[in-house]
Design a protein around this ligand. Structure first.
Ligand SMILES: *[C@@H]1O[C@H](CO)[C@@H](O)[C@H](O)[C@H]1NC(C)=O
Length: 126
């Protein structure tokens, strides 16, 4: 009786392992801060304007442009607003979890440009 039970538990475990997608990307949520800048020709090699929702990531995250054109989900806990922006540049002066946003993206999180910094800011790759 015990043997039979053990086998069926093993089968259930095996089935759940197979059902889990292999190599599912690990999503890391960052708590950092945001500032804003006027985009131009970014380190990803394209030109963006202030009215586009784009951002620059820190040197620590940049990794040779690995995240160029990826979308990032950003939440301002102060306002509860979540927005999406596209990585187009590298921010040399940013510490690891600090992101630099286009003016329109910064304002769309419910913060006036005159505020300068959104801190804390929750963000992750979408
Ligand atoms: C940034 O500029 C590139 C090149 O023009 C464009 O393809 C991309 O859609 C722009 N990003 C956003 C969020 O507008």
């Amino acid at each position: 009786m015990f043997r039979v039970k053990a086998v069926s538990v093993l089968c259930t475990l095996a089935a759940s392992v197979v059902a889990t997608p292999m190599l599912a990307p690990v999503k890391r949520e960052y708590v950092g801060e945001a500032t804003w800048f006027y985009p131009g020709e970014g380190a990803c090699g394209v030109y963006n304007t202030s009215d586009q929702p784009v951002l620059a990531v820190s040197v620590d995250i940049w990794n040779g442009g690995e995240y160029c054109f990826q979308w990032v989900e950003l939440t301002n806990p102060d306002t509860g607003i979540t927005q999406y922006g596209q990585v187009v540049d590298e921010c040399e002066g940013c510490d690891s979890t600090h992101v630099d946003l286009s003016p329109s993206l910064f304002e769309s999180l419910g913060a006036p440009l005159s505020q300068g910094v959104i801190s804390p800011l929750d963000w992750q790759f979408a």
